[in-house]
Design a protein around this ligand. Structure first.
Ligand SMILES: Cc1cc2nc3c(=O)[nH]c(=O)nc-3n(C[C@H](O)[C@H](O)[C@H](O)COP(=O)(O)OP(=O)(O)OC[C@H]3O[C@@H](n4cnc5c(N)ncnc54)[C@H](O)[C@@H]3O)c2cc1C
Ligand code: SF4
Length: 340
């Protein structure tokens, strides 16, 4: 049986109190939101904080607010099930609502939060194991060791960004509002990641993610989320695809975006997508050809590694399959895509 290590739990009711609690011992404290990632990781002794500060009683972190100029603010403590079911989000930001609907299973979505999902620790099949297991194999770069079991001779951890909402938020141009000892800062989600699986986020000890802000979308905005996983009822992604297709009033693509998750330490944006999709009229043969070209583009740019379960060569072959289905589903408006 895996035991929970000892730590001091604080449950402040205001953001200010939470920040003060963290500021006393920032390096030795951690935040807990829904706990669905943190608690298993504590049992696996991947982290050993002395103090854990819960955000669960801070009501201000659970609101959905319309901001100026059509922006929408989502509190970091909104539950994934709330994001998945929210009518405005399903209509204006379908890729995000669909991504949230495919995280884990229903119980975990009831506990797990949007903020916790954005800040999910990177995952690797050689790391997300018990202390005993990791010790027997030999510790790795991400925790306590000096080598990598995925890339022989590698000097950088390539654990995978496996958070489902991150690729969707990237296609939407989301911004993160972070508060800490130095005050508040707003970061574009694209600029938040580091290409290092050992620590892939620009978040300092003592900082709290309070809000996720979404820019407005146009009536022609379309989006969808696709996810390949081992068991279609609960698992982390083996591959994930967030698609954005903006249409003009005549049904032609004005802009498209694809972000792929579960490959490496940060989600991967497919380059030069507009060169094959922009200007194409959806629905006809030209659209089918363009979608195939987009799938080929993604195949060439995506190189899954043996960092998460599932044969990595098979995962690569599934890239164009999921890209094609997710783009088509975005335009039809009938996502999410899973279980292919
Ligand atoms: C069986 C199983 C299956 C899962 N499947 C998936 C899956 O398919 N896809 C997926 O994306 N995830 C999956 N998860 C992981 C997890 O359930 C989700 O990612 C969830 O959204 C995490 O949110 P949380 O609120 O529980 O985060 P927590 O566990 O509370 O926190 C996660 C991390 O973020 C930090 N943190 C949380 N909120 C804040 C904040 N506001 N400010 C600063 N730091 C913060 C914590 O310190 C911790 O490091 C799975 C988990 C399990 C156990
Ligand atoms: S990618 Fe390498 S260093 Fe990173 S967790 Fe996996 S085995 Fe460890």
């Amino acid at each position: 049986m895996l035991r929970m290590p000892r730590f001091e739990l604080l449950e402040p009711t205001t953001l200010e109190a939470a920040l003060s609690a963290l500021a006393e011992r920032p390096e030795k404290s951690m935040v807990i939101a829904g706990g669905t990632d943190l608690l298993p990781n504590l049992k696996h002794e991947l982290f050993t904080p002395e103090r854990v500060v819960s955000l669960a009683r801070i009501a201000s972190l659970r609101s959905v607010r319309e901001l100026d100029q059509g922006w929408l603010s989502l509190g970091a403590m909104l539950k994934l099930e709330e994001i998945a079911a929210h009518e405005t989000l399903r209509r204006r930001y379908p890729a995000l609502a669909q991504a949230a609907s495919l995280v884990a299973g229903p119980q975990l979505r009831t506990m797990g939060t949007l903020g916790g999902n954005v800040l999910l620790d990177t995952r690797c099949q050689w790391y997300n194991q018990t202390y005993f297991w990791r010790q027997a194999l030999g510790f790795c770069l991400k925790k306590d060791g000096t080598l990598c079991h995925v890339v022989e001779g590698g000097s950088k951890c390539v654990a995978a960004a496996s958070n489902d909402t991150a690729p969707a938020l990237m296609t939407l141009g989301a911004e993160l509002v972070i508060v800490g000892p130095a005050g508040q800062r707003v970061v574009r989600i694209d600029d938040f990641w580091l290409a290092d699986g050992a620590a892939n986020k620009k978040l300092d000890p003592g900082e709290i993610l309070v809000e996720i802000r979404l820019p407005p979308t146009t009536p022609g905005h379309r989006g969808a989320y696709g996810k390949l996983r081992m068991r279609d009822s609960i698992d982390f992604p083996l591959l994930s695809v967030a698609a954005r297709v903006d249409l003009d009033s005549s049904g032609k693509v004005s802009h498209a975006d694809l972000v792929i998750g579960a490959l490496q330490a940060r989600p991967v944006r497919i380059k030069k997508l507009d060169s094959v999709l922009a200007g194409v009229q959806t629905g006809g043969d030209a659209w089918k050809t363009a979608v195939s070209q987009a799938a080929e583009l993604a195949y060439r740019q995506c190189h899954p590694m043996p960092n998460v379960p599932g044969d990595h060569e098979w995962r690569r072959e599934m890239v164009p399959v999921y890209v094609r289905h997710t783009l088509e589903s975005a335009v039809r408006g009938d996502g999410p895509v899973h279980g292919l």
